[in-house]
Design a protein around this ligand. Sequence first.
Ligand code: CP
Ligand code: NVA
Length: 310
Amino acid sequence: MTHFLSIEELSKESLWKLIDNAAALKNERKHGEHQEKPLTGQTWAMIFTKASTRTRVSFEVGIRELGGSVMFLSSNDIQLGRGEPIKDTARVLGRMVHGAVIRTFNQQDVIDFADYSGIPTINALTDDAHPCQILADLLTIRERLGTWDGKKIAFVGDGFNNMSRSWMWAAKRLGFELSIAAPKSCLPPQAYIDALSADNVSITTDATEAVKNADVINTDVWLSMGQEDQSEKEALFGDYQVNAELLKHAQSAHIVLHCLPAYRGKEITENVLEGHADVIFQQAENRLHAQKAVLAKLASYGQTFREMLT
Ligand code: CP
Ligand code: NVA
C-alpha cells in the first residue's frame, strides 16, 4: 500500500490489518506514548480545500504522536487556490515533504497528486469517497458489536454521496449486509451498482425497509460540502430522518452512527443524536486511531521515496 485513496482500492486483508492496527494503537495510547514512532524525521503536508474539524485535528495530532511534523495548508493560502494546477503543486511538495493528506472536491485530484508527487497520499474526503471515516466506523462497530460479520448495516440519507459510496465498497470487501435508503433521485445510478456487483448491498427508497432488523443505522448530512446552494434537494429527504419512530424497526440492540457534523432536526433528531452520543463521539475519536494505522502503514514508503530523491 503506497497511498490511501479509497476503500475500493483496498483488499479485505488490508482493511482487516488496518483495523487491527488501529485497535492496537488505541490501546497503546491509553498507556502513554507510542513505543515506535514511524514518522520520526518526516514532515507531512495537509492540503484542505473544504472545512474540517475532526479530520484536521485527528491528522495533526496523529502525525505528531507518531513522531512527525505537520503543516496545514488551506487552499486559500497557497497558489492552488489561485489556479496553480494540482500536478504542479504535487511536484513541488513531492520534493519537500514525506507525505500528504488531501481534502478536496474531485477524486481525480487526489489520484493526480499521488501520481505526480510520488509521496504517500491520503484521501481525507472527496466528493466520491471518505475512506478514513469508514475505517473509524468499522473500528467502532467492532468495539461495540464485536464484529461486522453477520450484521445488517443501514445507511439512510443521500445514497450517492462520499459516505454511502464508501460504505458500499466496505460491504463489497467485507461481506456484511448493507441496505441503503434514499430518495429516488439520490440513489446510486445503475451503472455504479453494476460495477459494484455486490449481492450483499441492497438499495431502496423505503427507509423502514432498510432499517428493518438493522444492527447499525448510519446517516450523514443531506447536503454535502459543495452542495450548499442545492437547498431544494433537502425537501426530498422528509421520509429519511433518523428518528425514534424509524429506529423502532431496527434490532433492539442497535447502534446509531453519524460521521458528523450533524444537523439536528434534519437527518437526525436531537433525541436520537444525544441518546447515541456515546457511540457517535467514540466514532469521532476513532478517526485518530484509524488514521494513525494508515500513517504507520505508509510511513516507510514516504521515507524510501525521499531517500530515492536525495
Ligand atoms: N467526519 C468528518 O470528516 O468531519 P470533519 O468534516 O469535521 O473533518
Ligand atoms: N457527506 C459529508 C461528509 C462530511 C464529513 C460531506 O461531504 O460534507
